[in-house]
Design a protein around this ligand. Structure first.
Ligand code: HEC
Length: 150
């Protein structure tokens, strides 16, 4: 009993620490976080693209796995773009913070399309998978074209 109460207290503390860290995140940490997140998203995006382009044989289970992972990550994107993190080892353009509403809506668009892809991918319908994958790819591109340095 005591143990579970201690555990609850400990996790409450951890949550506080996380919330605290959030408001005080160092720019370099935010940059590392978002680049890491993008790397993981890119890692899962690759095999999807290969299947869509026919470079890899289509595998419905694999397609659903990678789509699901992207859908689980895509709503965390904005957290990595803290104020002041436009400087450092980053390819993020400072326009992001000047056009925050637009940037936010592009991030939201990715999240919407990625979650749709994960839903569609459960149905094992190759044509629909491919069609929805293109919407996700467009959401990546729309943001990179405007807000990511080459
Ligand atoms: C809302 C804007 C936005 C969306 C949507 C977006 N990206 Fe990015 N992406 C960025 C920005 C900005 C950077 C540069 C980050 C930095 O260097 O700090 C980036 C960087 C990357 C990187 C390089 C990471 C590194 O190691 O530096 C990869 C890979 C990537 N994105 C893949 C993707 C893929 C795949 C998608 C779509 C599934 C996507 N991104 C959607 C804005 C976006």
């Amino acid at each position: 009993m005591l143990k579970s109460r201690l555990l609850a207290a400990a996790s409450a503390l951890t949550l506080c620490a996380l919330a605290f860290a959030h408001d005080n995140t160092k720019p370099d940490d935010a940059i590392e976080y978002r680049q890491g997140l993008m790397t993981v998203i890119g890692w899962n995006f690759g095999p999807l693209g290969a299947m869509v382009k026919g470079k890899h044989p289509f595998d419905a289970a694999d397609f659903a796995k990678h789509s699901g992972r992207i859908a689980n990550l895509s709503d965390q994107l904005l957290e990595g773009f803290t104020k002041g993190s436009d400087k450092g080892k980053t390819e993020a353009k400072s326009e992001i913070w000047a056009n925050w509403d637009d940037f936010q809506s592009k991030a939201k668009d990715l999240d919407t399309q990625a979650k749709l892809l994960a839903e569609v991918a459960k149905a094992n319908d190759e044509a629909r998978d491919k069609e929805q994958f293109k919407k996700v790819a467009e959401a990546c591109k729309a943001c990179h074209d405007k807000y990511k340095k080459d």
